[in-house]
Design a protein around this ligand. Sequence first.
Ligand code: PEP
Ligand code: MG
Length: 559
Amino acid sequence: MISIQGKGVSTGVALGPLYFYKRAKAEITHETVEDTAAEWERFKEAQAKAVEQLGELAEKARAEAGDEAALLFETHQLMAEDLDYEEAIQALIQDEKLNAVAAVSDTAAQFAEMFASMDDAYMQARAADVKDVSTRIIGILTGAVQGGIDSEVPVILAADDLAPSETVQLDKSKILGFVTEGGSGSSHTAILARTMGIPAIIGVGKQVKEEYAGREVAIDGTKGEIIVDADENTRKLILKKIADQKKTRELLEKLKGLPNKTKDGQSIRVYCNIGSPDDVPAVLGNDAGGVGLFRSEFLYLNCDDYPSEEYQFEAYKKVLSDMGDKEVVIRTLDIGADKQIDYFDLPKEENPAMGNRALRICLQRPEIFRTQLRALYRASAFGHLCIMFPMVTSVWEVREAKKMCERVKKELTKEGKAFSDSVQIGIMIETPAAAVMSDRLAKEVDFFSCGTNDLTQYTLACDRQNADLGRFFNAHHPAVLRLLKMVCDNAHKNGIWVGICGELGADLELTETFLSIGIDELSVSPRAVLPLRQKIRETNVAVCKDSILGTLLGDKTQD
Ligand code: PEP
Ligand code: MG
């Protein structure tokens, strides 16, 4: 039995085989083959598998976002079986005796160049398609795995760390828990784990060795403990914890349908954070009152090129209509920093967390922003939409973003396209500048939502991705909490509501503080809704408020 200590960032216990995440990048080598017939056969098998995978992806996209989303994968299916493409590969394998991987790679390069040099914009765009299809076939030929997991059974997934673009591609039904070498509590692997309600442990360094792959591993996300090949007694204890976990869940189920009201009658809304229309059943299943943060950039991370207005419209419409009359806050594109997307072609930055990201990109590339806003407003006709801008630091940014909304609404009116006239506009408060300016910003918008992941990072000058900062990264720091109180007061003075959508919202040690400072809404991962409801219902604000505010604002505040 081997015991390893890391940092738990998503609670729960899981037991299963350890599996190392496989990156989809394949090594391409040029080799001469003797048995060209066998090599051709290998290609044909990989091609058939690619077509099958693309068919499955098309069906998934159709179910999630409609016909247009499926079309991309169907085009790729046709491309994979295109006769000219196939003949070019065949010639390289059979005549030049080239290995299949190199034959596909060379053909892809040749076809992509040919498409890119055409005058027609539609044909030019096919260059990206042929490259994409070929990457998939090469991946199959080399055993590199699209989506990271090639296992029949669910696994405990180990990785160095996962980029947001990798997490969106994961087959979630195959994951029992996460273990990562690096990462941090507010990294997107941790956020994903909490959204999925499964345990995650980060910062284990090199302690989880490749040779443990396939062996039974238990992880305890509360303690941050990993056990490889547990002995019989330990295994029994782990199975008991899993059974207890199930029982606690069943008890929490009883809270469904009850109000989020404290003992002394103060109400607070409990909403959910989501990254895809797929997460909505978990939101409704956990009885949340709405969606407090839909990270729309995950739609962009899931695409190989800028998602069209139609693609986005279908996805937003699906979330809004599935949520019925419940409020849905959709955050406009928040890329940059840790969420990089190749096709945006952003210049490399020394310090991307403080660079060109989120609203800054949208204001500088208005066509991208306009497409998203058009999709959002069109979708607003199908539900209760709130639009939220990320990474605000100045009043002028909000004014410009709002102007863009007005322009889009005018366009849609002219085109006779329906949209709701009661869409609320809000901003994230996730920079100290926005918190300090919240008295002025409150006059510009309908609501605030505090992004405590970034607000903590910027206030404490502590990189949220850095697992080594330990106690320096303290989300309970009085500087962060005082800023939250200030934002809350400024919001209420100006008659607007204020929520928290950062990970801190689910921190039960702070629920009393958030209720005491008057937060109106907490947006958390779906599995955190019922534990939070339980905590709210146990709280008596009248009893704890004075001492909490006294400590927070007085000179006895934590040093
Ligand atoms: C935040 O910063 O708290 C937030 C909710 O946004 P993200 O984690 O996506 O940066
Ligand atoms: Mg943020």
